[in-house]
Design a protein around this ligand. Structure first.
Ligand code: ATP
Ligand code: MG
Length: 335
């Protein structure tokens, strides 16, 4: 039986260690400035290469949702009526010409992107053209982060743990993206008793019809929303412990789907995501909050998820002894 609560002194130590780690993870003003500088630079490159065209350079992902660290990549969306750029190849060529390194297209991705390294600003960049869908989920995450002050430290520390343990690169396969982990964290906070976060899509809001025609609006008035979680007095140490306990031991993955949109667990049956094969029962199911037919857990197959689940249990063990440093140790391949 997993331990059900931390001892008071362990809780105190863990919360203190988390505060310290959080301060180290927060991006420096200098790193924030480099991100903005990149936007300016890209804007200039675009107008030099294709004068007379309209471009808007927008930042999304962790650089826009308050969850980035100094070494996070920058996610950029270029909005332009210039359709020919959507194939990405002319863009990749131009960026290479202007000094970007390791420029390569990722055609297999759901949305075509160009990845690169800017040696001048020391930044890794992911770029897409006219894929505005991710801008909305970035805004959603940012809104959730601003509702309660525990969300940011908790989410940044869990993200840090996923990186140290190499559990967060949907690109290399067998793991989950940062976005998926964030949805798991948000749903965990929505389902505390009392809840720390609401379900923004379920609250009164202005309708917003996305590019694909679906209704994507959500409540975003922080004056109304902030303080929502104040009846819950759990500390970040208690929450980290409870997070690993929940995903390590409590959720029945064969029965349930994590849904941020609904702010609760949905049964597989009500989503019609019933298990069709024996291997399916070990898959993590996380509903994409905007495009609800998509399962964000898909990037990890059953074998991979079993590995992730073991990592979560291992983390739970260490956190239940207040060993944050050990829990977030860098995974190194056996020599
Ligand atoms: P990190 O700090 O690790 O870069 P991130 O939040 O930027 O974290 P990424 O994996 O770089 O995460 O993804 C960037 C953004 O792209 C996400 O914040 C999200 O807005 C969007 N995104 C990523 N994966 C998906 C997906 N499967 N479906 C929809 N949007 C996604
Ligand atoms: Mg990113």
């Amino acid at each position: 039986e997993p331990k059900s609560a931390l001892d008071p002194d362990e809780e105190k130590k863990l919360t203190g260690d988390m505060r310290e780690l959080y301060d180290r993870l927060l991006p420096s003003p200098e790193s924030e400035a480099r991100r903005l500088q990149f936007v300016k630079k890209l804007d200039k490159i675009l107008h030099t290469e294709w004068p007379g065209n309209d471009f808007t350079v927008l930042i999304f992902g962790s650089s826009g949702n308050l969850l980035c660290t100094n070494d996070s990549d920058v996610d950029i969306c270029i909005q332009t009526p210039m359709k020919s750029l959507e194939t990405m190849h002319p863009l990749a060529e131009a960026l290479h010409k202007h000094g970007m390194e390791d420029v390569h297209c990722v055609p297999g991705a759901k949305v075509p992107i160009v990845k690169m390294w800017d040696p001048e600003l020391s930044l890794a960049v992911d770029m897409n053209v006219n894929n505005t869908l991710a801008l909305e989920n970035t805004r959603m995450i940012k809104t959730y982060v601003q509702i309660d002050e525990r969300v940011r430290p908790l989410a940044m520390i869990i993200k840090h743990w996923t990186k140290q343990r190499i559990l967060n690169d949907a690109g290399i396969g067998g793991t989950l993206s940062s976005y998926t982990w964030i949805c798991m964290i948000l749903n965990f906070l929505q389902t505390r008793d009392p809840p720390i976060l609401p379900a923004l899509h379920q609250m009164p809001h202005k309708n917003y019809i996305a590019q694909d025609g679906s209704e994507s609006g959500f409540a975003d008035d922080l004056e109304v929303l902030s303080g929502f979680g104040s009846k819950n007095t759990e500390t970040i140490g208690e929450l980290l412990f409870a997070f690993f306990r929940r995903y390590g031991y409590e959720i029945d993955y064969a029965e349930y789907v994590v849904s941020v949109r609904h702010g609760r667990l949905l049964s597989r049956k009500e989503k019609s995501w019933e298990i069709t094969s024996k291997e399916g029962q070990w898959r993590l199911c996380v509903e994409e909050p905007f495009n609800t037919t998509r399962n964000l857990g898909n990037s990890a197959d059953s074998t991979a998820f079993r590995g992730i689940h073991l990592e979560i249990r291992n983390a739970f063990q260490l956190i239940s002894e207040a060993k944050l440093g050990k829990c977030c140790e860098l995974y190194t391949f056996p020599p």
